[in-house]
Design a protein around this ligand. Structure first.
Ligand code: GLU
Length: 330
């Protein structure tokens, strides 16, 4: 889009809401306790720039559980508190073609593929908890507060699922079996589950992305949320692994580091410029917000935001069938 004729950001975001409001594909899934009646219909979009401006449209004040969007931020915390070497002795940096909650790859390779999937995030949670069982939760809440620009809080309807999240517990036990984590499985699971139910509204989510776009400093508060040298680690893994088993398709068509969560949020980072966020809880079979994918694909193409440029061309190719579900099903 020619910047001289482009609509102002507020008007553009409103246009995107209108364009994709009729899109009602997908299902609510994942942990539903934090989803309220009627939440499936919610739809909000926001953008936060590195110079502190925030634009939004739609349901922009509704707080929701960030779920797996927490994963890159916890990874950054582990890098800051421990070290690259220590973290990556236990968690690899490879994309995966398995689902986000798969146990298969662990069975085969005995190490989590990356910190953006459940096995990697549970291992990271265990490392942080093990480093200081008394302080780790405080580190985590403070870190989210720095990215949010206000004290972090947990979803009021979230219950402690430490003992009942059986699939994730199975992952934790496999991690224990392969000596990736220690004996305190409950401690690791509690930390993992709490990070998933931290809440944000879509404007705050865009601010979290803008903090990464801004080298780790929140654009409005000026507070540093992550050491500068670790921002590239987080963005690299968001780019290669953040959209789970559709990360390649995402990199090709949208071209931005991103992370989705089953609460319906997706955030994307335009390095040096801004953070983008969408909230709409109906999900595709990979656990991504259907409207979120559609919005960010058009937005990246129309504003040419992809980090390698030329996003418009990728949009044309998507139209003939390289899209997530199609590509997997064919
Ligand atoms: N709490 C979810 C789980 O552990 C997070 C998954 C997601 O958001 O993709 O399964």
């Amino acid at each position: 889009m020619d910047p001289r004729t482009a609509p102002p950001p507020d008007a553009y975001l409103g246009e995107l809401i209108e364009r994709f409001l009729p899109l009602r594909d997908g299902e609510i899934s994942g942990p539903t306790e934090t989803l309220e009646d009627g939440e499936a219909e919610r739809f909000g979009i926001a953008m936060a720039t590195v110079d502190g401006q925030v634009f939004s449209a739609g349901d922009d004040a509704k707080e929701f559980a960030i779920q797996s969007i927490s994963k890159p931020f916890l990874y950054g915390l582990a890098l800051d508190r421990l070290s690259r070497q220590e973290v990556h002795r236990k968690v690899s940096v490879e994309p995966t073609t398995e689902a986000f909650n798969s146990l298969t790859e662990l069975e085969e390779d005995h190490l989590p593929y990356n910190p953006m999937i459940n096995s990697g995030a549970i291992a990271i949670s265990a490392m942080l908890h093990h480093a200081d069982p008394q302080q780790a939760d405080g580190w985590m809440m403070d870190m989210f507060g720095d990215y949010l620009g206000r004290p972090a809080r947990l979803h009021p309807r979230a219950t402690d699922s430490t003992a009942t999240a059986h699939r994730n517990r199975a992952i934790a036990h496999l991690l224990r079996h392969f000596d990736v984590i220690g004996d305190d499985i409950d401690g690791a699971m509690r930390m993992y589950n709490r990070q998933c139910v931290v809440t944000a509204d879509v404007r705050e989510l865009a601010g979290m992305a803008a903090t990464l776009a801004n080298g780790g400093v929140h654009p409005r508060t000026g507070r540093r949320a992550i050491r500068r040298e670790h921002v590239r680690d987080v963005l690299t893994l968001m780019f290669t692994c953040g959209m789970y088993d559709t990360s390649g398709n995402w990199a090709y068509t949208v071209g931005l580091p991103a992370k989705s969560g089953v609460g319906g949020g997706i955030l994307a980072v335009v390095p040096g410029r801004m953070g983008l966020a969408v909230y709409s809880p109906r999900l595709d079979s990979h656990g991504h917000s259907v409207r979120g994918l559609a919005v960010l694909k058009d937005w990246s193409c129309e504003w040419d935001l992809g980090i390698f440029g030329g996003s418009g061309a990728a949009g044309e190719i998507t139209a003939v069938g390289l899209d997530g579900d199609d590509a997997k099903d064919s």
